[in-house]
Design a protein around this ligand. Structure first.
Ligand SMILES: *Cc1c(COP(=O)(O)O)cnc(C)c1O
Length: 390
């Protein structure tokens, strides 16, 4: 008998958990054309508005002419070009760590990095709100996985104190992808020092956005330590694709020797690496993009404070991720479709991506937004509201 997935899909529908994709015909900053209609997007991770930057497009075209479009093999065979090599050196210098290794995707990076660092007899200490790929990396590693309550430094300290694992790895998102809050990295590093652990931070949402010159969350806190391993993705603020891990020389070399998602996958095209090199320069040079994000942030939060219905709540985020917690799945979906009808694209995020009962609109800001865009969104949110507070 063939397996029957119809009932499974029906169950997803009944729980309002069925995902559907929209087809985007054209990308113009935060203006996306869907079914011939221009939507104002508050859903992309292109925080700095670089994904269609002319200098990046030009770099991609020139690199395609020189390197072709395919990398032809994995990096350890012949897929590692002079473009990748230069990018890695520039990434390491950018984050101020001895060495960096470039992966074709962030998901692949984490499912490769964690099992390269720990295995049976070791332990991974993982924040309960960590991204799926850190969770999967921990599972794949076969290390003992100890999940600590979100950002709870004391609880983590107790777990570390009680652990007799040979090697200990603390793994955390630096900026939590569905809440926008920032992990208590200095306290985590202190614990890493005290309990002889490594600290792996996933800076997918802080890289390019936080810290001096966009050098990321660790730079924002001024963290320096041989125990620190920084992973960040390059398809978000950097506007392109892929990810990197950076840290001590031998540690990164070991990851290259052992990360199966690095070794057994075709390298990212060289044109992506060349494009990222230009992106890195713009990230460092164009402070106005981060300034714009802060201005947009303030405008959005002030507006929401006035118009959000009671029971809907912004998180305490200072990053471009600005979720409005609504609660139940159906209400979050209704909010999304209400906004959609008015020309706004703001995704409803439901369990299992977020905990039960915390379905939300995950708004994200981009330097490509204007203050006027945010005002329009606030107006639309106000008109959606069943009742206004006060
Ligand atoms: C997006 C994301 C990833 C995955 O990166 P990709 O390059 O999209 O595969 C990993 N970690 C976090 C926290 C993310 O938000």
């Amino acid at each position: 008998m063939t397996p029957d997935f119809t009932a499974d899909l029906d169950a997803l529908d009944a729980a309002h958990l069925r995902r559907r994709r929209r087809v985007v015909q054209r990308y113009d900053g935060v203006r996306l054309t869907v079914d011939g209609r221009e939507m104002l997007a508050f859903c992309s991770n292109d925080y700095l508005g670089l994904a269609q930057h002319p200098a990046l497009i030009e770099a991609a075209c020139e690199a395609a002419a020189r390197f072709g479009v395919g990398a032809t093999a994995s990096p350890l065979v012949c897929g590692h070009s002079s473009a990748h090599e230069a990018l890695e050196a520039e990434l390491a210098a950018f984050v101020g760590l001895p060495r960096a290794l470039y992966f074709y995707a962030g998901f692949a990076a984490n499912v490769g990095i964690v099992p390269a660092l720990v295995g049976r007899g070791d332990a991974v200490f993982s924040d309960t709100l960590n991204h799926a790929c850190l969770i999967d990396g921990a599972r794949l590693s076969r290390a003992d996985v100890q999940v600590y309550p979100h950002a709870d430094v004391d609880a983590l300290g107790r777990l570390l104190a009680a652990s007799s694992a040979r090697r200990k790895l603390i793994a955390t998102d630096a900026v939590f992808s569905m809440d926008g809050d920032i992990a208590p990295l200095p306290a985590l590093l202190e614990l890493a020092n005290r309990f002889d652990a490594l600290l792996l931070i996933d800076d997918a949402h802080g890289f390019g956005v936080l810290g001096e010159g966009g050098r990321g969350t660790a730079a924002m806190f001024g963290l320096r330590s041989p125990r620190l391993i920084v992973m960040a993705t390059l398809g978000k603020a950097a506007g392109v694709a892929g990810a990197f891990v950076a840290g001590e020389d031998d540690l990164v070399e070991w990851i290259m020797q052992r990360a199966r998602s690095y070794i057994f996958a075709t390298a990212a095209p060289a044109l992506i690496a060349e494009t990222l090199r230009v992106s890195l320069k713009l990230i460092a040079a164009e402070e106005w993009r981060r300034q714009t994000l802060q201005d947009l942030n303030r405008r959005l939060r002030a507006g929401c404070a006035k118009v959000l219905p009671s029971g809907w709540q912004l998180t305490a985020s200072k990053t471009p991720i600005q979720p409005i917690i609504i609660g139940d799945n159906a209400s979050a979906l209704a909010a999304m479709s209400g906004l959609w009808q008015k020309g706004f694209w703001a995704p409803a995020i439901r369990p299992p991506t977020v905990p039960e009962g915390t379905a939300r609109l995950r708004l994200s800001l981009s330097a490509a937004h204007t203050l006027g865009d945010v005002d329009q969104l606030i107006e639309a949110l106000a008109s959606l509201a069943p009742q206004t507070p006060g």
